[in-house]
Design a protein around this ligand. Sequence first.
Ligand code: BJ8
Length: 425
Amino acid sequence: MQETAADFRQLWSEIGVDLELHDQLLASLDRVFTHTHLWQENRPASMSLFDKAFHDSHAGRVAEIASYRRNGGKSIGTFCIYVPDEIALAAGVLPMPLCGGSGWAVDHADRMFPRDICPLIRSTFGMSFSGTCPYKKLKEYAVGETTCDAKKKAWDLVGFPSLEVPQKKNQIDRDLWLSEVERFRGEMEKLSGRTITAEALAASIRLVNDKRRLLSRINGFRMLDEPPISGLDALLVSQSALNMDVTAFNAAAGTLVSELEERAAGGVSAYPSPGPRVLFAGSPSPMGFAKTHFVVESAGLRIVADESCTGMRYFRDLVDEGASTLGDMISAIADRYFSIDCACFSPNRERMENVGRLVGEYRVQGVVHSILQYCHGYDIEARALDKALAGMPTLKIVADYGEQDEEQIRVRVEAFREVLAGRAV
Ligand code: BJ8
């Protein structure tokens, strides 16, 4: 049955959403989305599926999860791509990423958090504190993780349990991580009252790997001289991958792949004119935030690769599907997530190598460091990345979710475009 606007209002009201403030939030999200995405003239037609996912994140997806829970299902909130979705899904628990991307919500976090922490955290908790996060009451609890200091301390304040993510990559750290993944499995089994079987885990590993394979195919088209999908739209696809039901996402992504194949065969570009090819590196851009991508692409550069957690870090590695016992599958999952190269790791050589590889594969001419304000890990690590990139032109943009600095950023991006254009001659 197709829900109406009145059905959604009824649902929001039932789950404790402040309707008046939520209207303000939705109006802000719509306005920002129109501004950042809908100016593009040659988008693939099937991007409409992901535009819908954006709008459904406060409507249709909320209704799906509410219905799942009414039928006895459990759900948890997550904030980081270290949380192994496969294990939750195998236990019948829906993981829901809760990272906020709305600038409107940022100031609502002030009653508990200092202002000088990253906007991702402030936006997430701003939605929660203002009663505008529709997922707040649609979960048993949220799972934090020990990545950056701001997140770690935030979980303490609000009382969320967290997974311990090590900060180094030695054997002792891998052993600790495996024990955390095993603990997570126990927690999910306890929550759902269901024992995870090898069959269920093998199925969820395949399902989530399929999502990663589809994301890889979509992003692979960006290697072409004429990318048939823009960096802005590739970002929206990744953001949707985090929010949508996995099976529904895989179906939509398959439709997009077919269209991109046709566009690629016909030499159809998503861009009105050629421009320098750049790689995005740094902090994630949760759904609702695309300011930096927007300014860069509307200034005539083409973002052909994005190494962030809302880009390739999310889908780059697969879980090995060769294991047959439950223990080996858990170990394979631990290995896959342990290979994530977040800036919370020190040293973080894997990230340097991964970015270096992308630079070659996607034939980029420059790198844009996109850093969320007060995200010290990625901000400081930008220096190490510059060194590893050995002379490749880079531009560092440190930004919050506000719109007031767009024109200042644009001036710097345009100057960077001229630098890259000059080197291409
Ligand atoms: S694996 S990037 S999703 S921690 S932007 S809250 S790092 S101060 S989100 Fe992240 Fe996991 Fe790492 Fe990825 Fe802190 Fe930086 Fe804010 Fe961040």
